[in-house]
Design a protein around this ligand. Structure first.
Ligand code: ADP
Ligand code: MG
Length: 148
């Protein structure tokens, strides 16, 4: 398993790290995010979406559970599906939003906030990103990327 980690000390640095990471993605990739409220998951995802050529506004789809952004890039990635499973009540709800079909789609990139809430349903072939806040410095984050 390949692992990378980085410390950031501002939202802008997390955003830039997301941009850098986004440039290395391939169509079909699923990225499962772990880390509590305000960790910086959406900030990192905004960077990914910018590097994949999405012009739409990226916000956490907390109530909708899923947002979809069109992309223009040279990587063959046409769509980003952005999930936020914070308010997921049961794993059955995933069927209602077409989660499993989307996971099988090879022309898109799938980003999942609050992956803790659907851990058993995550595709085995995935990249995991853990974002942790610091107890000492309010703007410090440790970001760990694991390619499973
Ligand atoms: N190093 C950092 N990286 C990311 N966000 C940070 C950082 N330091 C402070 N923040 C703040 O933390 C919050 C992160 O919010 P957000 O990305 O929406 O978190 P999440 O999606 O994990 O709930 C923002 O208000 C942002 O300004
Ligand atoms: Mg969020």
């Amino acid at each position: 398993m390949k692992t990378f980690s980085k410390e950031t000390s501002s939202p802008e640095q997390t955003f830039s790290f997301g941009k850098e990471f986004g440039m290395k993605l391939e169509a079909g990739n699923t990225i499962a995010f772990f880390g509590g409220l305000g960790a910086g998951k959406t900030e990192f995802i905004k960077g990914i979406c910018l590097s994949l050529g999405s012009k739409q506004m990226v916000t956490s789809p907390t109530f909708a559970i899923i947002n979809q952004y069109d992309c223009v890039n040279t990587l063959g990635i046409k769509t980003v599906y952005h999930f936020d499973l914070y308010r997921l009540k049961s794993e059955e709800e995933l069927f209602d939003i077409g989660f499993h079909e989307i996971m099988d789609d090879d022309s898109s990139v799938k980003l999942i906030e609050w992956s803790e809430n659907s851990f058993k349903q995550l595709p085995k072939d995935r990249i995991e990103i853990y974002i942790k806040t610091s107890i000492h410095e309010s703007e410090n984050r440790s970001i760990e990327i694991k390619y499973l």
